[in-house]
Design a protein around this ligand. Sequence first.
Ligand code: SAM
Ligand code: SF4
Length: 346
Amino acid sequence: MILRPDVSPASLTAPAPLVDPFGRAISYIRVSVTDRCDFRCVYCMSEDMHFLPKRDLLTLEELDRLCSAFVARGTRKIRITGGEPLVRRDIMTLFRSLSRHLDSGALEEVTVTTNGSQLARFATELAACGVKRINVSMDTLDPAKFRSITRWGDLDRVMQGLDAAQAAGLAIKINAVALKGFNEDEAPRMIEWAHGRGMDITFIEVMPLGEIEDARVDQYLPLSQLRAQLLDRFTLDDIDYQTGGPARYVRVKETGGRLGFITPLTHNFCEGCNRVRVTCTGTLYMCLGQEDAADLRAPLRASESNGPLFEAMEEAIARKPKGHDFVIDRTTRGPAVGRHMSVTGG
Ligand code: SAM
Ligand code: SF4
């Protein structure tokens, strides 16, 4: 068969997909729509957080335009995150407008990462906007421990949110940060609980992002250790399942459910990185674990045409680093990057 270069009119006019210097095509953006949150998880935020002034935020229309510009340049998947995305006022407007890209087939998926506190209110509408899968963060099944880790979260409310999401037909993955001395003993119960409800569950290593009250080293539980502990109880079969994210999955033989491990510390997964992160002020972070960023708000506002914006996106992607270099140990002082996870979203 002779392979001809694609010279269709569409290929001549469509802007090229974004590809970084390491040949990684950028097909996934995570959009943090607010840095605010109704919880203060101890590993994510300090108790006394300073949030961005509202005037610095992109409007929902601007966020839609920014997302659409990425879609035009090859983004196939958008995750809406935060802070807590569902506390941003009128956030459903953004989900509704993004759904046109799902309808047209330009986007494969719009997903959301949430703490679940507002899910009971929004689950049906999210499903109506074409969202099919959501991640809900939950580090414990014990209401008192939940309150202490989130500083003031109500587990009951999150449980009601999960019920509403499942009733609306949303597939759920539970995300739990593995925390030394906090939830390692609870992990088997959490796995049985999640799988018993037909949900996937993923454990995440804590990352050194932003100043917090506790020492990271006291929180950090390597997942190699958790996995070894789980083997006393479960048979874990490696599987090929991929969601486009950094999690590696196993099937738990005893429950039949899927269990994921996200290991930014013990196993760096940057080689296949297909994503960038945009904050609610239009700052583009090319890597979760590096400080370098590009301002997309100025070019977005400078012109109604997407030309200057595309140029800024191209320049930024040309600087996407090979990967992060997180370290958590007793000798490394301070976080890898100064901003908290709530700025760029998980
Ligand atoms: N508020 C939403 C939530 O909690 O799901 C979305 C934003 S939150 C920053 C996204 C994810 O990042 C959550 O699963 C949270 O547990 C995780 N996270 C926050 N800080 C982290 C850290 N320092 N290391 C690892 N994961 C972290
Ligand atoms: Fe809020 Fe999510 Fe951070 Fe917890 S992890 S404080 S819920 S943004």
